[in-house]
Write a protein that binds this ligand. Sequence first.
Ligand SMILES: [Zn+2]
Length: 398
Amino acid sequence: MQGNGAGKTRPRRLLLCLDGVPHKVIEQEKGRGLFDSFGPPTRLLSPFPTMTNVALSAMLGASPPEGYESLYFDRKAGELRGGIRKYLGRRTPDKIPSSYMDDLDYQEPLAFEFLIYVAPDRIWRADMQRFRERFRAAPQTHDYFAFLKATDGLLHAQGPERLAIALESLDKILREIQSSCGKETEIVMFSDHGMNLEENRRVPLTEALQRRGFQVVIPAFGLCSYAALYCRDTDVIPEVARASAEITGVDFAIYKDSGDVVIESEHGQARIEQRLDGDAASYRYVVVSGDPLRLKDFHDRFATDHDWFEQTAGHRYPDALPNIYKSLFTSRVKHTADILVSLKDGYYYGWSPFGRIVRLAATHGNALQSSSNAFLMSTHRELPAFVRADDAKALLRN
Ligand SMILES: [Zn+2]
């Protein structure tokens, strides 16, 4: 990776992304003495749905991926695209979901992405060794960007105790790197999204909606706490969203209604309105019934994007209004869903045969804190307490 001022106007950087490691976990690990040369970890707010390619393309200002995962629905073609085939063979251009991948100096070999679920410890060790060797051989005049993906699979399949062992090894490697590179190298460690650390149950979303006569396509791939719905008949979108919100395990469902976002949940219905004043956006939370996002105590008038961030970054749904609004109105992915469903912690949607192979000890994807709070910390710089994914690039790359 070509760093702007790397080694000249500022220290060269090692950017190390640990897939899926929650802010809470890093805080605990620091509490027991690991990573003690880093400053306090910032809450880096992962955009909804809290999935790797959505998050990293936002954090690095890169091109949006085709879909939320490698299996996605292409509306023009009217069919599902991508899927498991991307795991076979070489990482050819069609298997690169977003341009952020072009910036990676190190990422695991392609087959590891799947094997991590089968042999997590072996894969994790091989991945870390390889990273250590590649970094050692890299020129000191450039930033170095490494993505360790095995942490995500390790958490999904084995839970936090196993991850803690892996992080001890990583801590040793980073200490070695620091003692050989000295102060001239800043280490910036971050994650793309968090996780809820509890056993998860499957939500039979497709079955429940089909039973009610709705024709919906819901790509089922990883086992995650969100779902992307595409309706064959767009007139039924509001009805499908309402029906989804009644299914056990669903927290809320959202869809676009002209310039607004409508939220349906068992706690009522609300809308998010946006107003643009030049480039500056304001948002308003309009309750129709109940209080689905638990924001009644905040503004009932328009407030700026900045005000919402300042006041709700630590909320149950971090930065709820701008985040949820942007999930449908910005190009987080190329094939935006008609309805996005956020599940409660403890529930997942996904490919059922895969669900029978792995016990799901943790997952992510929803708009709650555990999945939204990724982390960001540096050996050299003090960082603000909360950082939005869309604002991370300035801290990572400048
Ligand atoms: Zn991830």
